[in-house]
Design a protein around this ligand. Structure first.
Ligand code: 5AD
Ligand code: SF4
Length: 478
């Protein structure tokens, strides 16, 4: 007997809306995989779908507001069609639990960050139980990576290497919602990546809250196997192991923590041909006083030293960052320090955020919360600076020829296709035969904007052997 009654109706369709970070993108691909295993098929939108799943985020307050707004749009649809199933999972579900059920009683199933694999059972319960069915666990039973996935794009995959976080950044709710750090075994990760490559994937992004502490728990538990014997951290070891996966063209990772960054990871960025010259290194603040209040165990000097070491060791590396503006107690002088460090780091791109108090975090209980007008004014100044730095970084690429992995048609111009360089820059080029999704082309970069470049393919379908660096004209490396 099929234990999942909803799956027996072959015509049932689903639609997933993902909020927040790449970890949620990864989890949504798994949720889609689980639903498809049950017989569900994709629907074009929430209106048309028999099952709507929101994979939620709790990192900032506006993520909460967005979710509750979207859920209220679903209410009339649910009233018109009570057979429609509404599922809410992920970080906000973990955080709000019963409150979510109270605020949106038309939801059928609520699950947290640790139990996506239980989705079929929870849906089965929803068939008979009083609604909503709520199941929130405190610990992970199974890595979501072990679940079947349905990926939106064929050539790229998110690969989770660890879940949870052992740090105590005072602004951050993630450790409360995702629990302590737990690493996957190195061999399991490499095996998953090899299977993905066999399925047509060419680029993977390794995901973890703090990728360069990857494996510490395995070493402590004596589960690291032979890895780590070469005096490398397990994360550097993993990058080297992925360098040996045949057919894997590009490896990226996000995010490392500056306090844990080790030289062997720079060496891997330099020496392992398929590890891309790209580094996302969250700064959060340029003020040492604020970094201390944030409980970020590095100072601006050490951060800038890391940036210098990256640029020296890895020619042409693109460095991106996360910065929070308006942390409690931030003075104008502190903020000016953030501007100074940002300018000195010459970031290629930056994600900037207004501080948002998260109930339960240490920062939410601190004194010195700032007026929104002050925070917003600083935010605009920082955004102006980072936009200029991104434009300058892109302008330095002009005239170079770079390898693009084509993603698909440009969203704004049907005559163009869009792709990404190894440094993760978005480039639009006129569509030519051979510049098909998942193909590599070489493109000359002719025009720069802050968030993209325009260029022209110089040789389409140039599929280079793994690790062949793109020919880069003089002047592009910094
Ligand atoms: N307020 C604003 N930004 C935050 N981030 C994390 N927590 C908060 C918060 N409470 C930002 C950090 C982190 C990124 C993923 O989100 O910059 O690196
Ligand atoms: Fe949050 Fe800090 Fe952990 Fe990142 S390292 S998830 S910011 S606690």
């Amino acid at each position: 007997m099929n234990p999942y009654p909803r799956g027996t109706v072959s015509a049932r369709t689903y639609f997933i809306r993902t909020f927040g970070c790449q970890m949620n993108e990864h989890d949504s691909e798994r949720a889609a995989g689980v639903l498809e295993t049950m017989g569900y098929r994709p629907a074009a939108d929430a209106e048309a779908a028999d099952l709507v799943l929101f994979n939620t985020c709790a990192i900032r307050e506006n993520a909460d507001n967005k979710l509750y707004g979207q859920l209220s749009h679903l209410k009339p649809l649910k009233l018109a069609d009570p057979a429609k199933t509404i599922v809410v999972g992920g970080c906000l579900a973990q955080k709000d639990q019963g409150q979510l059920a109270e605020r949106a009683p038309w939801v059928d199933v609520i699950y947290g960050t640790h139990n996506m694999g239980r989705l079929p059972d929870l849906l089965a319960q929803a068939d008979s139980a009083a609604l909503p069915v709520v199941e929130i666990l405190e610990h992970t039973e199974m890595f979501p990576s072990a679940l079947p996935a349905r990926r939106e794009v064929r050539h790229h995959a998110w690969v989770s290497i660890s879940i949870g976080c052992d740090n105590t950044c005072t602004f951050c709710i993630v450790p409360l919602l995702r629990g302590p750090e737990k690493s996957r075994k190195l061999g399991d990760i490499v095996a998953e990546v090899a299977q993905l490559v066999a399925d047509g994937v060419r680029e993977v992004t390794l995901l973890g809250q703090n990728v360069n502490s990857y494996g510490r728990d395995l070493v402590l538990a004596g589960e690291a196997g032979g890895a780590g014997k070469r005096n490398r951290t397990l994360f550097a070891e993993l990058l080297h192991a992925l360098g040996d996966v045949d057919g894997l063209q590009r490896v990226r990772f996000t995010s490392p923590h500056p306090k844990d960054f080790t030289p062997d990871v720079f060496a891997a960025l330099r020496d392992v041909p398929n590890v891309c010259e790209q580094l996302h290194l969250p700064l959060q603040s340029g003020s040492d006083r604020i970094l201390r209040r944030m409980q970020r165990a590095y100072r601006s000097r050490r951060y800038l030293d890391l940036v210098a070491e990256a640029r020296e060791t890895v020619p042409g590396v693109a460095i991106s960052t996360d910065i929070i503006v308006g942390f409690p107690g931030e003075t104008e002088d502190d903020f000016v320090e953030t501007l100074r460090v940002t300018e000195a780091a010459a970031f290629d791109s930056a994600f900037t955020f207004e501080y948002s108090p998260r109930p339960g975090t240490a920062a939410a209980g601190m004194d010195g919360h700032l007026d929104h007008a002050v925070v917003n004014e600083r935010y605009q100044r920082l955004a102006d600076l980072t936009r200029r730095l991104s434009l300058e970084a892109n302008q330095r690429q002009l005239g170079t020829v770079q390898q693009l992995l084509v993603e698909g048609p440009s969203k704004t111009d049907a005559a163009k296709v869009s792709g990404r360089t190894r440094t993760n820059r978005l480039v639009h080029v006129p569509a030519v035969p051979g510049a098909e999704p998942a193909q590599m082309v070489h493109a000359r970069l002719d025009e720069a904007a802050p968030h993209y470049l325009l260029g022209a393919a110089v040789d389409a379908a140039c599929d280079p052997p793994v690790g062949t660096p793109a020919p880069v004209a003089a002047g592009s490396a910094r």
